[in-house]
Ligand binder design. Structure first.
Ligand code: NAD
Length: 378
């Protein structure tokens, strides 16, 4: 069996709301199969095994000791995530695809990246906008020179969490900035800059390749990302994409049909849409080809560093913060509902209803057809 036909064995660790979505993604990809699951909550594990009948473990360490796993998928609250990712890396898996944000502190996220990098493990984080193939099509067009020079990137944040939800937009911003190193950032917080709690932040990023990116905090119809080039402009609200071509001082003309191959935009960021399918396909390709996953752990580590830099700038009277940030103990504590088990933060009854609904969303009908088309199987 060649690497390109091998079916990769997946272990789901954390069978909560988002875990069901990831599990459906793996079940829907012809190159992956779920072979084991672990959850410290017996009820959550039981419900998961009703949908995915595989060996179940109360302790993920037992799973790692007993099962032969290619891809570990820890879909966990942020607090336990670093420890579990590092344990998976030590257990000899070939790839790890966890959720986001991957950690609260830079010390933790550095250690996660290092644990994977030092062993050659492909590491991805987040069912992320950055996985959406629409952005990569535009990036390829930019790389071909067709859109001229990159002038600036505007990110219109529509979230009160720079780390929890905001890491999505920052990851796409880094993609269009060619994942260059950051030279310095200036920034501000909408709340208390001396709080470690996640909050809305804005600012300016100067990348080492000369690219300037601006993070806006006021909500406007321009929600999403806008990439301004000398011969064109790309704008996406995440579930829409528009591309205009033009020349300086001339009228911009929209290119119709540029995103037609990606189907209904309403499907793009769905839990079983192009974003999710592309994330799972990206970890398969990372294993097949040794490529970096589209939304890697390294990317999410650098995104957390940008967010911490924006806040540090505010703490230091909005002066520029040079990268890399020296004090790696700095952290952003995500909202309780991300940091801890949702059962704890929502209450038993509300959680049970939400988990049931997450578990019962079938990958059927139109979703299956689009998935097959996306994977080139129909
Ligand atoms: N990318 C996205 O769009 C998106 C959307 C929703 C949630 N998320 C992220 O997904 C993660 C999980 O969210 P959720 O809604 O599924 O939460 P959840 O509380 O429903 O699920 C977490 C599960 O992990 C289990 N768990 C916790 N610690 C464990 C441990 N040490 N070992 C084994 N199991 C453990 C819990 O029992 C629970 O079943 C969070 O980090 C959240 O930020 C991302």
């Amino acid at each position: 069996m060649t690497q390109d036909t091998k079916t990769y064995r997946v272990a789901l660790i954390g069978c909560g709301r988002k875990g069901h979505g990831h599990a459906r993604g793996y079940a829907g990809n012809p190159r992956t199969e779920i072979v084991a699951a672990a959850d410290s909550d017996a009820d959550n594990l039981k419900l998961f095994l009703e949908h995915f009948p595989v060996p179940g473990y109360a302790d993920y360490r037992q799973l790692l000791a007993r099962e032969e796993i290619d891809i570990a998928a820890p879909i966990l609250p942020v607090q336990p995530n670093p420890q579990v990712v590092i344990a998976c890396a030590g257990a000899g898996v070939k790839a790890i695809y966890c959720e986001k944000p991957m950690a609260a502190s830079l010390t933790e996220s550095d250690a996660m990246v290092q644990a994977c990098e030092s062993r050659g493990i492909a590491f991805a984080s987040g069912d992320a906008y950055r996985n959406m193939p629409q952005h990569w099509k535009v990036k390829a067009l930019m790389d071909s020179g067709d859109l001229g020079e990159l002038c600036s990137i505007n990110l219109y944040q529509s979230t009160n969490e720079i780390s929890g939800g905001g890491c999505q937009g920052l990851s796409v911003l880094r993609l269009f900035a060619a994942d260059a190193d950051v030279e310095w950032v200036t920034g501000w917080c909408l709340g208390d800059p001396f709080s470690d709690d996640d909050q809305c932040m804005g600012g300016h990023i100067r990348f080492a390749n000369g690219v300037d990116a601006f993070i806006h905090t006021k909500r406007s119809p321009l929600e999403g990302i806008e990439v301004v080039c000398s011969k064109g402009v790309y704008h996406s609200t995440w579930n829409s994409g528009r591309l205009w071509r033009g020349e300086p001082h001339k009228k911009l003309v929209e290119e119709e049909g540029f995103f037609a191959e990606f189907g209904d935009p309403a499907d793009w960021i769905n839990p079983s849409g192009t974003r999710q399918r592309s994330g799972i396909q990206s970890i398969v390709e990372a294993l097949d080809r040794g490529s970096e996953p589209r939304c890697s752990g390294d990317n999410m580590n650098k995104v957390l560093e940008i967010a911490i830099g924006l806040r540090q700038s505010h703490r230091e009277n909005h002066t520029p913060v040079r990268f890399p940030i020296r004090d790696r103990s700095q952290k952003i504590i995500p909202a309780r509902s991300r940091f801890l088990n949702k059962k704890e933060t929502l209450g038993e009854q509300r959680y049970r209803e939400q988990l049931k609904s997450a578990a019962e969303k079938p990958l059927g009908g139109a979703a299956v057809k689009t998935a097959k088309r996306f994977l080139g199987l129909a």
